[in-house]
Design a protein around this ligand. Structure first.
Ligand code: FE2
Length: 425
């Protein structure tokens, strides 16, 4: 073996497992592996996970916080207006530089696959060209999947559909949309139909910003599920945000969720952004705005958590840490039972990997040796501590490392350091 990682704990709870790596792939995974490695790492019981996957991000806007000014109200609509002000000033070099910097952060956080939407409403398609270049450059260490996103509306914005088609021809992977932002409900439904037909024709995946609204009558997810089924796109379509579902009538939702499950449409919630942008017109009680995550999961729908934004016109926080995303999702959805907490970890690993259609992802012989060793003893502890990523491996090579969390204490009669891990110290 090129490398053997000894004494790991796996996300499913198995302990004392050794992982043997050969030629960039997992070659064996078993207790007390007899094979020796050229290099050996003692994980000492630490959790080893496949890398984090972000199913929903905006890399064309990331790290632009404060350009050309900050979002004073902090609202979604001021954010969209601000992005409109920034767009004409974007330069390709600056965009590439910011995106590469974000990818550095991502790798340090063990986040090795990102689906990013890229705005196609600028006729120059400058952001598309820039992110295609970023995709090429980061390919050795990070899988970047691009979604053609008509931010200003497919039918509402002149040339948007043509630009979207051009961007697909240039190499963008996934068809995006934003039906709730079209001029009318009918136009929203029409945009869903057109985009799904285009995706079916081209054999592409679909991921739409869908019903990012507090309006309980915003029901484009219903149309998305219908078109998915009609066109045979099952397993290739995701609805992002789906926040209107938070406010929908319960009787209607009891019909809707089985339809989503039946159509094989995945749901992507963005807890950090949903909790901050939704419910803005409410006084009190103030809605949380996140879609119905545990109910969708219980119905068998694939649900992932996305980061959506980091330091951009919509959000002045974040550092590419998917554990922070899962931590917020767990709280907002009140997913505090043991299995529920564990499924929040799945929502930033296996489930988004499936939504992106990542090849060779996972912890089984034959999978890519893309791994994260965390300073935690379980998936729940990883979320609780937003645990340091001790080692991040890509194809069996270390691409990032960080020290364990440690604080020295200066207290009489108490230990000399604080160990935050339960069952240790
Ligand atoms: Fe988004």
């Amino acid at each position: 073996m090129d490398l053997v990682i000894r004494n790991t704990t796996l996300p499913d709870g198995r302990t004392g497992i050794d992982i043997g790596i050969l030629d960039g792939r997992i070659a064996a995974l078993a207790p007390q592996l007899a094979a020796r490695g050229v290099r050996e790492i003692d994980a000492a019981g630490d959790l080893v996970s496949p890398p984090f996957v972000d199913a929903h991000f905006h890399m064309d806007a990331t790290l632009s916080y404060g350009l050309p000014r900050v979002n004073q109200s902090g609202t979604l609509l001021e954010g969209i207006a601000l992005w409109g002000e920034l767009k004409p000033q974007l330069s390709q070099d600056a965009l590439i530089e910011r995106a590469l910097r974000y990818c550095d952060w991502a790798v340090a956080r063990g986040l090795l696959a990102i689906r990013t939407h890229v705005d196609v409403c600028d006729d120059r398609l400058l952001a598309v060209e820039a992110l295609l270049e970023v995709k090429r450059r980061v390919a050795p260490y990070l899988d970047l999947q691009l979604v053609a996103f008509p931010q200003d509306g497919l039918l509402r914005s002149a040339n948007a559909f043509e630009n979207l088609k051009r961007s697909i021809d240039m190499g963008v992977d996934v068809v995006g949309g934003i039906p709730h932002f079209e001029r009318t409900m009918a136009q929203g439904a029409e945009s869903v139909r057109l985009l799904c037909e285009f995706a079916a024709e081209r054999g592409l995946r679909v991921d739409m910003h869908c019903d990012e609204s507090d309006d309980p009558m915003s029901r484009h997810i219903e149309t998305l599920a219908y078109e998915t089924q009609r066109l045979g796109l099952q397993g290739r379509v995701a609805g992002s945000h789906l926040t209107s579902m938070h406010s929908m009538d319960n009787y209607y939702v009891s019909k809707l969720i089985p339809l989503i499950a039946e159509s094989g449409v995945a749901a992507i919630a963005n807890p950090l952004i949903n909790i901050t942008l939704q419910g803005r017109n409410d006084t009190y009680p103030k809605r949380r705005g996140m879609t119905r995550v545990p109910e969708l999961m219980a119905a068998g729908v694939d649900v992932a958590f996305g980061h959506d934004c980091v330091l951009d016109p919509w959000y002045g926080m974040g550092s590419g840490d998917m554990l922070e995303v899962a931590h917020m999702g767990l709280h907002v959805a009140q997913m505090t039972g043991l299995e529920a907490m564990q499924s929040c970890f799945t929502a930033i690993t296996e489930t988004p990997a499936r939504i992106l259609g990542l090849d060779g992802y996972g912890l089984a012989p034959g999978c890519h040796a893309d791994l994260v060793i965390l300073d935690a003893g379980s998936t729940v502890e990883a979320i609780r501590l937003r645990a340091p990523r001790r080692l991040v491996l890509r194809r069996g090579q270390v691409v990032a490392e960080a020290p364990a969390a440690a604080s020295r204490l200066h207290l009489q009669g108490r230990p000399g350091s604080a160990d935050f891990r339960l069952g240790r110290g």
